[in-house]
Design a protein around this ligand. Structure first.
Ligand SMILES: Cc1cc2nc3c(=O)[nH]c(=O)nc-3n(C[C@H](O)[C@H](O)[C@H](O)COP(=O)(O)O)c2cc1C
Length: 322
């Protein structure tokens, strides 16, 4: 009974802290604007891939988007993803509606006024909005010739050769991982990385699961996710988005010939504030995982880590009454 009470108090305290982190983070006006703009932009963009979109869909949303963009630009200026994405999607939406000969004059004139007022020239080379069509053949051509190898040979590597992983490779892996899906494409994740001995010694000392091999680690990545880009009904969605992103990071490094090992991070542990201060992680970001990366040695000893039988994982739902 005592154990149960202890567990209840421990978990409840963490849940309260998580809620406080979310509420404080998501009450920042700038983040609120960005969240709403991205959710609307995403809804407009999704409408453009529907097989049979309702004619004139999205007018109210587009008008609201223009209103938010105006308020945002007035307060904060441009240069951020949320605004560039909104511009790209809004323009695509207008083009899409024009092609379907739908009258969206209110949206068009709202856009005109907004663009004139803030001298907006869309950055079309970097930001694309709307629908993109692939041929079936393009999607079948994944470039992964042996999927089993690609997934089965990614194993946690805990000993590295000591040779540096170049910034170029790290940047490339981050670019690959940025393709990870996220709820409404909000992309809450960030990667910070350190190759500095003194910083790594400190990071290493905060990790519980690196005993026996922390001396071999010369590059740590810290994956975090911003909790403030979500709505009240999306509690904990940042862990899902951040977790998927983390998996992409590992697979990206693997595809580039670099070994990695994820380390678990306990939320609100006693060292959380220390590591956040050390790496300048904001209060509305949660640490998803810490990852060691490095070059392979000539032979690499990994844990077998036998997977469950597929019978224990895959469940086919029987058709009922068919
Ligand atoms: C969220 C998460 C936390 C992990 N934490 C640790 C850790 O603290 N220390 C460690 O040595 N390995 C850690 N691992 C690696 C797992 O032990 C490993 O992924 C699992 O045993 C499967 O083995 P494989 O990665 O070699 O396929 C972690 C993995 C994940 C996904």
């Amino acid at each position: 009974m005592i154990h149960k009470i202890e567990a209840f108090l421990h978990i409840s305290l963490k849940a309260i802290k998580e809620t406080a982190r979310f509420i404080t983070g998501s009450s920042k006006p700038r983040d609120k604007y960005e969240m709403e703009m991205l959710i609307i932009a995403h809804a407009l963009e999704k409408g453009m891939v529907n097989k049979d979109p309702r004619l004139g869909y999205g007018v109210e949303k587009a008008i609201r988007l223009i209103e938010l963009m105006g308020q945002y630009l007035n307060r904060y200026g441009r240069r951020k993803y949320a605004i560039e994405e909104s511009i790209a999607v809004l323009d695509a939406y207008i083009e899409f509606s024009n092609a379907k000969k739908v009258n969206i004059e209110k949206v068009v004139s709202g856009r005109r006024k907004l663009y004139q007022k803030y001298k907006i020239i869309p950055n079309t080379s970097e930001y694309k909005g709307g629908a993109k069509t692939y041929t079936r053949q393009e999607l079948l051509d994944t470039g992964v010739i042996e999927p089993e190898k690609f997934f089965e040979r990614r194993r946690s590597v805990r000993n590295f050769s000591g040779e540096k992983v170049s910034d170029k490779i790290i940047q490339r892996a981050a670019e690959l991982a940025a393709n990870a899906p996220s709820a409404c494409n909000r992309q809450p994740s960030k990667i910070r990385y350190s190759e500095t001995r003194i910083v790594n010694d400190e990071i290493g000392s905060y990790i519980a699961g690196n005993a026996g091999f922390k001396e071999n680690i010369s590059t740590y990545l810290v994956v975090s996710a911003k909790v403030s880009g979500y709505q009240n009904n999306e509690m904990f969605a940042w862990y899902i988005d951040g977790g998927i992103f983390t998996a992409y990071v590992m697979q990206a490094f693997f595809s580039l010939g670099i070994g990695s090992c994820i380390f678990q991070w306990e939320q609100f542990c006693k060292n959380e504030n220390k590591i956040k201060r050390l790496l300048d992680i904001q209060s509305d970001e949660c640490i998803i995982a810490i990852i060691a990366i490095g070059q392979y040695e000539e032979t690499v000893k990994c844990v077998c880590a036998q997977r469950k039988s597929i019978r224990e994982i895959l469940i086919k739902i029987n058709n009922k009454g068919e």
